[in-house]
Design a protein around this ligand. Structure first.
Ligand SMILES: NC(=O)c1ccc[n+]([C@@H]2O[C@H](COP(=O)([O-])OP(=O)(O)OC[C@H]3O[C@@H](n4cnc5c(N)ncnc54)[C@H](OP(=O)(O)O)[C@@H]3O)[C@@H](O)[C@H]2O)c1
Length: 347
């Protein structure tokens, strides 16, 4: 039997170039801040106009490279100078809470890299503050804003694959065991889970709701952070998540969402701009590819933040505060089961 082509619904994601232009400040100009700034300047009307580093030299170098007006040795000076519509926090996870708090206290909208914080309690503290001040806050889970995730949501909400029974996703990368590397360092929030596992967990939470009563297995590195974590859990809206993450091997990095009438496959890497394949049990199939430059994937989260902030919204419907808290709650449960505790956390 030859496969019949299936027509897919629109992904519903707007062109990032059409989002309102905002004036951004960046805190912690490391590798992801580079990508964020370059993407913003290439693919959106927003501009980074200020940067804050722990070192004036690094702030100056970043500013010179990206044509940024102002460079500061520390976020306090940047916030005191004012004139910002939003701030992006790009430090390692362990510093997200302490760096985002003063931004919210200053009443400035904030976009915080994933994982949003080290744990649920820090996330709740930031989001309570955002609510009290009526200020926008969002986890920079960039995958959620990509057209392929929009298409995935549309395929499921139109019932094309039926009831979702299983969300299977893995994120593994091979990082040589180096105690000083941020992924192996407990003081920088190391481990596979918060850096890599957050992607499949966030995908499963988006599709199934809160993950309930997870079964958890894994093992630790010599530095005491998670080297491997596997999670099987039922979602509050039904269906099962089967998720794994590791620092020790480059896994397939694929997501397969299987329903009662067919499946959606997001081939490797499922969390970055790429392809979508839909295979229905009745023989119909469809393939779709990311419509723009795959290097500009972060533009979609930048645009979503700009639209929400300009509209006076304090959270995005695509990555709500409840979603962030739910994923942080699951990650706390995983770390508790595996015995991963970060400095400053209660044992
Ligand atoms: N969205 C994505 O695709 C993606 C990809 C990679 C990483 N990330 C996330 O982005 C964040 C940063 O990752 P990265 O790979 O960019 O890290 P990185 O390059 O190692 O560090 C980012 C910057 O944070 C500052 N920093 C480092 N250690 C610090 C400390 N102890 N206290 C305060 N600031 C410190 C440094 O800037 P200064 O010293 O100049 O202040 C550093 O350049 C992580 O949360 C990660 O999960 C996201």
């Amino acid at each position: 039997m030859s496969a019949q082509t299936l027509s897919l619904p629109p992904h519903g994601v707007l062109d990032p170039a059409t989002a309102p232009p905002l004036r951004w400040g960046v805190i912690s100009p490391g590798s992801i801040a580079e990508q964020f700034t370059a993407t913003m300047h290439r693919a959106t009307a927003s501009r980074v106009v200020a940067v804050a580093s722990r070192s004036q030299d690094r702030a100056d170098a970043f500013a010179a490279k990206h044509g940024i007006e102002a460079a500061f040795a520390g976020p306090e000076a940047m916030l005191a100078a004012g004139g910002l519509d939003a701030v992006y926090i790009a430090s390692p996870h362990a510093q997200h809470h302490e760096l985002a708090r003063p931004v919210l206290e200053a009443g400035v909208p904030v976009l915080v890299e994933k994982a949003f914080t080290l744990n649920e309690s820090q996330a709740r503290d930031l989001l309570d503050l955002a609510q009290q001040r009526g200020v926008f806050a969002m986890e920079a889970m960039w995958a959620r804003f990509l057209p392929q995730y929009g298409l995935l949501r549309a395929v499921i909400s139109e019932g094309l694959i039926g009831e979702v029974i299983q969300v299977e996703a893995d994120h593994g990368q091979a990082f040589p065991e180096a105690p000083a590397h941020r992924l192996y360092a407990p003081e920088l929030g190391g481990g596979a889970l918060l850096d890599l596992g957050v992607y499949p967990l966030s995908l499963a939470q988006m599709l199934l709701g809160d993950l309930q009563d997870p079964a958890i297995r894994g093992e630790l590195t010599a530095t005491g952070v998670d080297a491997f974590a596997g999670v099987v859990a039922r979602g509050e809206r039904g269906g099962w998540a089967v998720v794994s993450t590791t620092l020790r091997a480059r896994t397939a990095n694929r997501a397969v969402i299987a329903g009662t009438r067919g499946r959606v496959v997001l081939p490797s890497p499922f969390y970055a701009p790429g392809d979508v394949e839909v295979v229905l049990d009745d023989g119909r199939t469809a393939s779709w590819s990311h419509p723009g430059d795959v290097d500009d994937g972060m533009a979609f989260e930048i645009a979503e933040a700009a639209r929400c902030i300009t509209a006076g919204e304090s959270q995005s419907a695509l990555m709500t505060w409840k979603d962030t808290l739910s994923v942080m709650h699951t990650m706390d449960a995983v770390r508790s089961a595996l015995g991963v505790t970060y400095p400053g956390e209660a044992h």
